[in-house]
Design a protein around this ligand. Sequence first.
Ligand SMILES: CCC1=C(C)/C(=C/C2=NC(=C\c3[nH]c(/C=C4\NC(=O)[C@H](C)[C@H]4CC)c(C)c3CCC(=O)O)/C(CCC(=O)O)=C2C)NC1=O
Length: 169
Amino acid sequence: MQDAVTAVIGSYDIKGRYLDRDAIDALKAYFGSGTARIQAASIITSNAAQIVKAAGSRLFDENPELIRPGGNAYTTRRYAACLRDMDYYLRYASYALVAGDMDVLNERVLEGLRETYNSLGVPIGPTVRGIQIMKAIVQEQVGAAGIDAVGVVAQPFEYMCRQFSEQNI
Ligand SMILES: CCC1=C(C)/C(=C/C2=NC(=C\c3[nH]c(/C=C4\NC(=O)[C@H](C)[C@H]4CC)c(C)c3CCC(=O)O)/C(CCC(=O)O)=C2C)NC1=O
């Protein structure tokens, strides 16, 4: 698992080089947005249950077939599993946000997930949509709190959506 600092140090260590201008700029950007990232993560933490619930309702409003007989989130057990998955995405997004690096998402969330989803018939499209809805809610809350992180908070959500939409995860 890596963060923005260990990522930079790791890549310079491999080359055996001192941190150059590019490295310093990357580190400055990370530390410069550090407080805002942490404040945004704290908003996610405080509102997690509400964010997941609201995103779930919006997702099922848009895709009612998911919770009808034959839908993948039909039955109380699968409905709960779906919301639990949304909660995983939100929690790990908050970690990646603080880390300033997406590695934690690859390592802890995305690896092998597509195979699992395919074998259980969990549809990828609506899953991606659920993550996008959570992104929009978080951006709204972060913006409303006056935190200058509306752009960086999008990154982990967009990363997960992108990885889901590609083949080999
Ligand atoms: C922390 C990393 C992590 C992730 C991401 C994770 C996901 C995950 N989601 C699962 C199931 C599931 N995931 C869903 C999700 C959905 N169905 C839908 O129609 C919606 C589109 C979507 C919600 C947005 C459902 C319904 C199941 C249960 C499927 C089944 O058992 O038939 C399973 C199978 C095992 C289980 O039911 O617990 C895993 C491993 N587990 C992990 O440890």
